[in-house]
Write a protein that binds this ligand. Structure first.
Ligand code: XMP
Length: 526
């Protein structure tokens, strides 16, 4: 198993983000990586001096967090953060704890600032240089109750707002800076430029984190890890497993075998596309197991959503194991685990409890499968995986594809699942997605799909009565699938889709649009 504390090779320029539990800490990492700076997020409580020295960051960022520095047990930055001689940027709570720890005063305030606010730029420092001019009034995004009321020795104020007289503070000599607002969120329009001033201007990073470099380094790491061993990878046709497979194949060629378990519940033409892309185009050794009879047979009569999911998960592992035994086993199992799955997150209270989320793309490692894991994407965010996929020449239809759930169409067919129903749903889904693509909306939508409803309704077509099935369309916007908003199609678009479906898909005579956000709904229907 890979070491969760393992870091990228030291030859990259690194910046360390110490997390105090803010909801938006990951955005700091996103903004830094967009400017070519490799960074990692560690809990504030897991940053001993030796670990930081080994990571060799060029600077340290202290994130925001929900705590108040005036609470007795409030989290603190380790003292060595301020004695290592490195530049430090404190954001919101990070600024407050830095100020308090270095001799300033932080107090609760009646004037809480949440959301959009404006700051008056009163001076200049290396953070604001070239971005904010003295005298300007600038928009920022605040989220704080406490505020600094007396600066620590060595600091001066560079910007202020009504609720926070010390909105930006600077000690140019020690290269310590703080912002009361969140520069990492898009609602601080110049926030990314301020962060770049810290990483590039103050820390001296040149921006050497590129996908080209990541590709070369990761390939070298995979070769070193695998040696002459054999690797098996469960391919789902989704972005993560596809990119992982192509990257590993580039590293070790035929030592990799991909297993594509086709449960018969994929979207139209998806299985053909997977085989064509990976076997024919990338020359990857691919086992395509058509297990649709097995899956659909076992799903027959199953209507409970949880039993459906469990049945599919169990069969998936059974078939995967069977196929991997047929090829004589393997030493390593490849997974498309991403960075958000491995970030050690601080609990909401800012306390020392640490959770490392585990994530298994093939539904959990079956007992007795004694393989080591290869997770070549565990340092990347989803959009970085897409960039890497494009760099590797993976077609846009796969790299830019909407997420698709492991249980496939089964959870979009409430009630009993049959091959006929899956076929009908595929045809509806195809029309809907075709129209979305024609309208140029595909990339603006997180996920769009159709649901086959277990209801028949009366309709009239030509001169005749129909008594056919109803379907629902679902399209949402989201950033991570945790919450979602309904996509606001215009009525002309929805009418066009509805007409096409009823005219072209025999068996469907009514179309509805699901206008439930998440929460309270979920994205999938089951
Ligand atoms: P829900 O329906 O929970 O879905 O709002 C959130 C996101 O997760 C996807 N999803 C799954 N993905 N295996 C997966 O790989 C699953 O069992 C599964 N269930 C839901 C869903 O499509 C959406 O993107």
């Amino acid at each position: 198993m890979a070491d969760p504390n393992a870091s990228a090779p030291a030859r990259h320029e690194h910046v360390l983000i110490l997390d105090f539990g803010s909801q938006v800490t990951q955005l700091i990492a996103r903004r830094l990586r967009e400017t070519g700076v490799y960074c990692e997020i560690w809990p504030f409580s897991h940053a001993p001096e030796a670990r930081i020295r080994a990571f060799a960051p060029r600077g340290i960022i202290l994130s925001g967090g929900p705590a108040s520095v005036n609470e007795g047990s409030s989290p603190k930055a380790p003292d060595h953060v301020f004695t290592l001689g490195l530049p430090v940027l404190g954001i919101c709570y990070g600024q407050q704890t830095m100020a308090a720890q270095l001799g300033g005063v932080v107090e609760g305030s009646d004037h809480r600032e949440f959301g959009r606010a404006f700051v008056d730029v009163t001076g200049e420092c290396a953070i604001t240089q070239g971005v904010w001019a003295p005298g300007a009034r600038e928009q920022v995004w605040m989220s704080h109750g406490d505020r600094i009321t007396a600066l620590p020795p060595g600091f001066r104020s560079v910007a202020s707002s009504e609720g926070a007289p010390f909105s930006v503070i600077a000690d140019d000599e020690r290269r310590f800076y703080g912002t009361m607002f969140h520069p990492e969120v898009v609602h601080t329009p110049h926030g990314a430029a301020l962060l770049k001033n810290f990483t590039h201007g103050i820390c001296g990073c040149s921006g050497d984190w590129t996908m080209g470099a990541y590709r070369a380094e990761t390939i070298a790491k995979i070769r070193a890890q695998v040696g002459t061993g054999r690797v098996v990878c469960g391919l789902s046709g989704g972005v993560d497993s596809s990119v992982a497979a192509v990257l590993i194949h580039e590293a070790i060629g035929d030592q990799l075998t991909c297993i594509y378990v086709d449960h018969g519940l994929m979207r139209a033409n998806e299985s053909e596309q997977v085989v064509k892309t990976f076997r024919d185009r990338f020359n990857i050794h691919l086992v395509h197991r058509d297990a649709s009879d097995l899956f659909l047979g076992q799903l027959s009569g199953v209507t409970d959503p949880e039993i459906k999911r469990k049945t599919i998960g169990r069969l998936f592992i059974e078939v995967f194991e069977e196929e991997q035994n047929k090829i004589g086993g393997a030493d390593f199992l490849a997974q498309g685990t991403l960075y958000p799955d491995v970030i050690e997150s601080v609990s909401a209270t800012g306390g020392p409890s640490v959770t490392i989320k585990s994530h298994h793309n093939v539904g959990g490692l079956p007992e007795g499968m004694r393989m080591q894991l290869i997770e070549p994407l565990r340092e990347l965010f989803k959009d970085e995986v897409r960039v890497l996929g494009r760099e590797l020449g993976i077609p846009e239809e796969i790299v830019g594809r909407h997420p698709f759930p492991g249980p496939g169409l089964a959870i979009r067919i409430p009630g009993d699942v049959t091959r006929e129903k899956a076929d009908l749903l595929r045809r509806v889904d195809t029309v809907f997605l075709e129209e979305i693509r024609n309208a140029g909306l595909y990339d603006a939508i997180w996920q769009a799909f159709a649901v086959l409803l277990p209801v028949r309704t009366v309709g009239v077509m030509g001169d005749g009565r129909t008594y056919d099935q109803a379907c629902a369309l679902r399209a949402v916007t989201s950033t991570d699938g945790m919450t979602a908003d309904v996509y606001p199609f215009d009525m002309a678009f929805l009418s066009r889709v509805s007409n096409r479906i009823v005219n072209e898909v025999r068996g469907i005579n009514r179309v509805t649009y699901d206008i439930t956000s998440k929460p309270p709904g979920t994205i999938e229907w089951e």
